[in-house]
Design a binder for this molecule. Structure first.
Ligand SMILES: [Zn+2]
Length: 214
């Protein structure tokens, strides 16, 4: 199995390839569920140049235990989400375009497609504004995230989470696709929102019956 450092380095390259950010913006982390250690991208280094030894490792108390680079300025955002959500072991903070449009208006991404309600939640909400890199931004994000898989940061970007890095990327894909579809659908008509009861039914189905028998 790949080391956690390697998972974060590869995810940085993938985020760039998928055009989910620009330059050195955005940041990525994962957590080893057995030790509670958190592996985070360093601050301001080109994703193509980040090496495994540049990844900053925090222990479960939020202290840096390995790595001599400065961690991403959004380290509080990552640490507070892990603290609040035991089910989350990977976080991708993007500066993506379509979900970013919602982060600029402060409007939530509503439940308009089945993959979105099954994987991400009943909506993606926008956290109250706070300056980048602050504890206030981290706490606002945790509050607006709730038990969902993504949250928007007002005038800033998007945060997607998952039980592992693959799931966090899947959430990024579905959030971007849904944001894009919703914007397009508003050009041609009035989007229909999926009713609450149907959201619950679809979420139950995915939890209990979807895919091959285990
Ligand atoms: Zn950012």
């Amino acid at each position: 199995m790949a080391s956690y450092e390697k998972i974060v380095v590869s995810a940085g390259l993938e985020m760039c390839q998928r055009s989910l950010t620009v330059g050195t913006w955005g940041n990525i982390s994962c957590r080893n569920p057995e030790t509670g250690e958190i592996y985070l991208t360093p601050s301001g280094i080109d994703y193509k140049k980040i090496k495994q030894e540049d990844i900053v490792v925090f222990n479960r108390d939020g202290k840096v235990i390995r790595g001599d680079k400065k961690p991403s300025i959004e380290n509080q955002l990552h640490l507070k989400i892990y603290e609040a959500r035991e089910d989350v072991n990977a976080i991708i903070h993007t500066h993506a375009v379509y979900s970013g449009a919602f982060a600029i208006t402060g409007e939530k991404i509503p439940p308009v497609s089945e993959d979105f309600v099954q994987i991400v939640g009943d909506s993606v909400r926008c956290a109250d504004y706070a300056l980048p890199g602050t504890k206030e931004l981290a706490l606002n994000a945790v509050k607006a995230l709730g038990d969902r898989k993504a949250v928007l940061l007002l005038n800033h970007g998007t945060v997607c989470v998952g039980e592992d890095m693959d799931e966090a990327f899947k959430v990024c894909d579905v959030v971007e696709k849904t944001a894009r579809l919703y914007i397009y659908s508003r050009f041609i008509g009035e989007p229909r929102l999926i009713p609450d009861d149907d959201i619950k039914a679809m979420q139950e189905f995915v939890k209990n019956s979807y895919g091959q028998d285990k």
